[in-house]
Design a protein. Structure first.
Length: 337
C-alpha cells in the first residue's frame, strides 16, 4: 500500500484553510492512501482516471480505486478540466509516476500553482533529468537513453566501466533496475526489461549508466512557495539504502546531500508538492566524489522496484537511474565528460 505523508499532502493544498476538493490523477494503485491523507485535512478527493486506451498496457484493466468521493474519466483535457471545475477542485496531485504529466497539465489549465507542463519529463524521466543537470553544469553519471540494444552496447563499449545499471527511462515504474557487469549481461537483461518498461510506462526506452557509487540514499522532500514566492525545499526524510563503511547519513554527508538535493529540485523545475530522489555519494573516485543523482520522482514515494534493483546473482541493492524524450530509434547521450 502506498504511503502518503501528511506533509506531502499539505504541500499541495492551498493556503486557504477552508476545506476543498483535490484531484488525484491516475491512481492506478486502488489501495493508495490519498483519500485518507486528504481527509485528515478536511478535503475530499476526486479520482481522475485516463480512459482505457490512454493508459499503459499494464493498467488498462486495473480495478477502480477505492475511497474517492467522485471519479472523472479523462478522455480529453478540455472535458476533464471542465468536470473538475464543476466539482470545485482546487488542488491537483499525481497519483503516481504515470500521472505526473497529466496532473501538471490539468493544474496549469485550472490556474493552480504547479510546475510548467512543458517540462514534465524532468519530474520523472531519468535521462531528461541527467541531461538537464549536465546542461546547468552539475556532475552526472555517464549514460545513454535508447530503445535499441545495439545503441546501449555501443555506448558501453565506448565508455568502459566497473559495472553498469540498466533501468526503465521512466522513474517510478514497478520494474527492477538491473546491475550488469559487462555488455553480455546487458544483452541478457535487455529483452525482459524492455518489454516490462513498455508495459508499465508505455515507453520501451531504457537508460544505461555507469554503476553509481555504493553509498546510496533516498531523500524525501516537500516544496512549497516561500515568503518571496520562490520555491522552498524542505528535506522530510533521509535514509541510507546502501552504505560502504561505518558512516551513517549524518554529519557532513547529510548536509552535502541536502544542499545537492535543493540544487537538483531547482534544476528539475519542482515548485510545489512532494518529491523523492535517490542519490549516490562517491568518495572513492570510482564515479567522482560527492553526490550524484540516480533518479528523481515528483511523487511522495518510489516504488519498491526503484528502491531495490536486481543483480544477476539475485542480490538486491537500492538504485534507480534517470532521461529526455527522443525519437525511439535515436539514442540520447549525456554526461560525456
Amino acid at each position: 500500500m502506498t504511503s502518503v505523508p501528511s506533509s506531502a499532502v499539505a504541500a499541495v493544498l492551498r493556503a486557504d484553510p477552508a476545506a476543498g476538493a483535490a484531484a488525484v490523477v491516475a491512481p492506478y494503485d486502488g489501495k493508495g492512501g490519498y483519500p485518507q491523507a486528504f481527509a485528515r485535512h478536511g478535503w475530499r478527493t476526486v479520482a481522475v482516471l485516463p480512459e482505457r486506451r490512454l493508459r499503459p498496457p499494464a493498467y488498462r484493466n486495473a480495478p477502480p480505486p477505492v475511497g474517492y468521493g467522485d471519479t472523472v474519466v479523462h478522455r480529453g483535457l478540455r472535458q476533464t478540466v471542465k468536470a473538475l471545475r464543476a466539482l470545485g477542485v482546487s488542488a491537483v496531485v499525481a497519483g503516481g509516476a504515470g500521472g505526473i504529466e497529466l496532473a501538471e497539465r490539468i493544474a496549469w489549465q485550472l490556474g493552480l500553482p504547479g510546475a510548467d507542463p512543458a517540462s514534465s519529463a524532468l519530474r520523472y524521466d531519468r535521462g531528461a533529468q541527467a541531461a538537464r543537470l549536465a546542461r546547468v553544469g552539475m556532475p552526472v553519471l555517464r549514460g545513454v537513453r535508447t530503445a535499441r540494444l545495439a545503441d546501449a552496447v555501443a555506448w558501453a563499449r565506448s565508455y568502459p566501466a566497473a559495472g553498469y545499471l540498466l533501468a526503465p527511462a521512466a522513474a517510478g515504474t514497478p520494474v527492477d533496475a538491473v546491475e550488469c557487469a559487462d555488455e553480455r549481461r546487458i544483452g541478457a537483461a535487455w529483452p525482459a526489461l524492455w518489454q516490462a518498461a513498455a508495459q508499465h510506462s508505455g515507453s520501451p526506452h531504457l537508460v544505461l549508466t555507469e554503476l553509481p557509487g555504493r553509498r546510496r540514499y533516498t531523500v524525501d522532500t516537500v516544496t512549497r512557495p516561500g515568503p518571496d514566492g520562490r520555491p522552498e525545499h524542505v528535506v522530510t526524510g533521509l535514509r541510507a539504502d546502501v552504505t560502504a563503511g561505518p558512516r551513517p547519513p549524518s554529519g557532513p554527508p547529510a548536509a552535502a546531500l541536502a544542499r545537492y538535493t535543493a540544487r537538483v529540485l531547482d534544476a528539475l523545475g519542482v515548485v510545489c508538492g512532494p518529491a523523492t530522489m535517490q542519490l549516490a555519494y562517491g568518495d572513492d573516485g570510482t564515479v567522482g566524489d560527492g553526490p550524484r543523482l540516480v533518479c528523481a520522482l515528483a511523487a511522495p514515494v518510489m516504488t519498491p522496484a526503484d528502491e531495490a534493483p536486481r543483480t544477476p546473482a539475485g542480490r538486491h541493492r537500492p538504485a534507480c537511474v534517470p532521461a529526455p524524450r527522443t525519437a525511439p530509434d535515436s539514442p540520447c547521450l549525456y554526461g560525456r565528460s
